[in-house]
Design a protein around this ligand. Structure first.
Ligand SMILES: NC(=O)c1ccc[n+]([C@@H]2O[C@H](COP(=O)([O-])OP(=O)(O)OC[C@H]3O[C@@H](n4cnc5c(N)ncnc54)[C@H](OP(=O)(O)O)[C@@H]3O)[C@@H](O)[C@H]2O)c1
Length: 248
């Protein structure tokens, strides 16, 4: 029996990813730190089991393997978010390190532990963000950590795809979540502009005239499980409602 592992399952987007996987008949191992929110996910039904781990713990991979209890992994979806850093000139070193630890080292810890436990085929899907490709100076950690994560995904893909484990990045634009609100509040503090004004600008910045929806991220995660998605090995899917102006 195999499972879909969702790291960051307790988050705003992670919860929607879990719901879509369950709707598509996958067994889910929902991973996070917040015990109350993990309990809410476990209450969804028998299809969802939970695992509490902290990506900052060097032993987190062993915790995950133990929770698998002998089952193989069809999907490792990584949706854990880095702490927000604010302005690039002011972000403390420890926040930069913490962001890297969640997005890059934490993901790598889990993947290393899972080698030998993946299905063939299987997918590793890292949800990064458009700021990794279109950096702005008031969102330091989202830019740096997501760029590094995309590089990690390509390295992993070259290493693991020959064994049938393809690796992918999904880079959403802003999604209407508490995290995006926090980011806008930081920007408002730095620039003196209002949160509502910044939200209107972020919304208008996409040709679709709206933010990306959690359901659209969940759609992309599940469609990457299709056999036909194998040729997307190593690639990045930008789910930014068209806001990027540069190629690729
Ligand atoms: N929201 C947006 O506008 C947006 C835009 C583009 C990209 N993204 C990306 O989409 C993903 C999900 O975003 P979101 O809005 O759903 O974030 P969120 O609501 O803040 O959720 C973050 C998740 O990450 C988990 N997490 C954080 N640090 C962790 C650690 N050290 N160990 C284990 N788990 C940890 C949290 O677990 P606990 O709460 O249980 O601690 C939670 O499940 C992130 O990668 C984010 O960068 C978001």
């Amino acid at each position: 029996m195999s499972v879909a592992v969702v790291v960051g399952a307790t988050g705003a987007i992670g919860r929607v990813v879990v719901a879509r996987l369950v709707a598509e008949d996958h067994s889910v191992l929902a991973v996070g730190r917040d015990l109350d929110r993990l309990a809410e996910l476990a209450a969804v039904g028998d299809e969802v089991e939970t695992c509490r781990l902290d990506l900052a713990d060097p032993g987190c991979g062993a915790v995950l393997v133990s929770a698998l209890d002998g089952r193989s992994v069809r999907l490792l979806a990584h949706l854990a978010s880095a702490p927000l850093g604010g302005d690039i000139l002011d972000t403390p070193d420890d926040v930069l390190r913490a962001a890297h630890e969640v997005k890059v080292i934490g993901l790598l810890r889990l993947v290393r532990a899972l080698v030998g436990h993946f299905d063939h085929p299987a997918r590793i899907v890292a949800v990064g963000g458009n700021l990794g490709f279109d950096p702005v100076p008031h969102a330091s950690t989202a830019g740096l950590a997501n760029a590094a994560q995309a590089n990690l995904v390509r390295q992993l893909n070259r290493r693991l795809a020959p064994d049938g484990v393809t690796c992918h990045t999904i880079a959403p634009g802003p999604v209407a979540t508490a995290r995006h609100r926090d980011l806008l509040e930081q920007e408002a503090e730095a620039t003196g502009r209002g949160v509502d004004e910044l939200l209107a600008a972020a919304t208008a910045g996409a040709p679709l005239g709206r933010l990306t929806r959690p359901e659209e991220v969940a759609w992309a995660v599940t469609r990457l499980l299709d056999d036909e998605a194998a040729a997307l090995a190593g690639s990045t899917l930008l789910l930014d409602a068209g806001r990027r102006t540069a190629l690729p």
